[in-house]
Write a protein that binds this ligand. Structure first.
Ligand code: HAM
Length: 417
């Protein structure tokens, strides 16, 4: 037998309604804020992610699904959604269109990571990106959107953590301070952090290696290095969140695993479902377009991991929608009645009533058993007598009452349910 690739998962028919519920909640919340859906390709030129996500990130250095296509082009399955949306924003001249441009997406994303609960190689994201607004209200708007989304999913234990990683100017002073702090410890630190020290010392703050984490605990904090503009931007974001009634914690160790961020960064975290506690992450990324060789346009956004959301919903016992069930199951006793059952089911389906009919040539008892299993609200039984009378015996499966209903009145009868 050929098994599913490591780090991927099937969404089975018994689970897909839960996915649909989360997706539907995502769409509705995004549209509450007038975000419109954008769909970009599953793969892009590798160069986009080298420039867009950043060549010192774990994603780019270790985790990308990159291959040469038959035309010898280097192609990468998207590891996240922001870079593809940025490419589309530029390519479609959206900077010259209506601003702010507000977009959302529901995508699969691919990262070659060590799989564990909540960490997959193919996973799914709901993300939003807002282009064109540099003020703190835009940061607050996307954070509030994420907060409403998570609350609509019934999550109560998820906490918002925020930080500011400043702009290029404040980060230059911060990088210098970090280098001074880490230099005497380099020999005790992991090889990755030794490379990060040269290329992007802030990445060290994010290292998961126990040796590095101990050293990082005493490192200088970016918040002490913010320039006056970045500090007042951060103050304004905090005020807006407080005014919106959103609780937050300041976590100076959030630096995010992607290179494009500046100023506000945030994560929604929980310990309800094990080690992979970050269900949503994002921030402002005013210099991404510039990094890609374009005129800069301020932007802010986030992405939430669908698999992690579903795990946390289960762990928190959040109310889950039931699986959909047919309104009526048509049971036929003999060949002519089965034929009538089939044609009635077709007629009612055309009228918009969900129906099921026996396709397995089962006995009447087995048909009832099946109707019960799929949760049909009614079973309409047709036999010789019913054919003669032109009426079905309709059983209400909830209260076990039965009624004769004329074939031509079935739609009206079932619609009232
Ligand atoms: P990210 O923090 O890399 O940010 O991913 C966002 C979310 O995707 C995470 O919080 C997590 O829930 C989920 N996620 C990430 N990796 C995995 C994985 N291997 N398995 C399962 N879930 C995962 C971004 O992707 C940015 N593009 C977010 C953003 C949008 N920033 C601005 N705009």
């Amino acid at each position: 037998m050929i098994n599913i690739p490591k780090g991927t998962k099937d969404v089975l028919p018994s689970q897909s309604h839960l996915w649909q519920f989360v997706e539907e909640t995502a769409r509705k919340t995004a549209e509450l804020f007038s975000f419109k859906e954008i769909r970009t390709p599953v793969f892009e030129h590798t160069e986009l992610f080298l420039r867009g996500v950043g060549d010192t990130t774990d994603i780019v250095t270790k985790e990308m699904y990159t291959f040469l296509d038959k035309g010898n082009r280097s192609i990468t399955l998207k590891p996240e959604g922001t870079a593809g949306v940025a490419r589309s924003f530029i390519e479609n001249g959206m900077a010259g269109g209506v601003l702010p441009a507000k977009m959302y997406y529901l995508i699969p994303a691919f990262r070659y990571e060590r799989p564990q609960a909540g960490r997959l190689r193919e996973f799914h994201q709901f993300g939003v990106e807002l282009y064109g607004a540099s003020g703190a209200q835009a940061d607050a708007e996307v954070i509030i959107l994420a907060d409403i989304f998570l609350k609509k999913l019934g999550l109560k234990q998820v906490k918002l953590q925020i930080n500011s990683i400043g702009c290029k100017e404040c980060r230059a002073a911060y990088h210098a301070a970090l280098k001074e702090y880490f230099r005497p410890h380099l020999e005790e630190m992991c090889p990755d952090c030794n490379a990060r020290f040269e290329k992007n010392p802030m990445r060290i703050i994010d290292c998961k290696d126990e040796r590095c984490r101990k050293i990082t605990a005493g490192a200088p904090r970016i918040l002490d290095y913010l320039c006056p503009d970045c500090a007042s931007h951060f103050d304004e974001v905090k005020t807006l969140l407080t005014e919106a009634g959103i609780a937050y914690e300041i976590n100076p160790s959030i630096v995010r695993g992607l290179d494009y961020y500046s100023r506000t960064v945030f994560e929604f975290v929980t310990s309800a479902a094990g080690a992979q506690g970050t269900v949503c992450g994002g921030g402002r990324y005013d210099s991404l377009l510039e990094q890609m060789g374009e005129k800069s346009v301020p932007a802010v956004g986030f992405a939430a991991g669908m698999e992690r959301l579903l795990m946390v919903m289960e762990a928190e016992n959040a109310p889950m929608p039931p699986m959909s069930a047919p309104t009526c199951y048509f049971a036929g006793m003999d060949a002519p009645s089965r034929q009538k059952a089939f044609s009635l089911a077709t007629e009612l389906r055309k009228a918009g009533i969900s129906c099921e009919v026996d396709l397995m040539n089962r006995s009447i008892k087995a048909q009832f058993k099946y109707a019960d299993k799929v949760g049909a609200n009614y079973v309409a039984v047709i036999g010789g007598n019913e054919l003669l009378e032109g009426a079905a015996q309709v059983k209400n499966m909830k209260d076990s009452t039965s009624e004769k209903v004329k074939f031509e009145e079935l739609a009206q009868y079932l619609f009232k349910d």
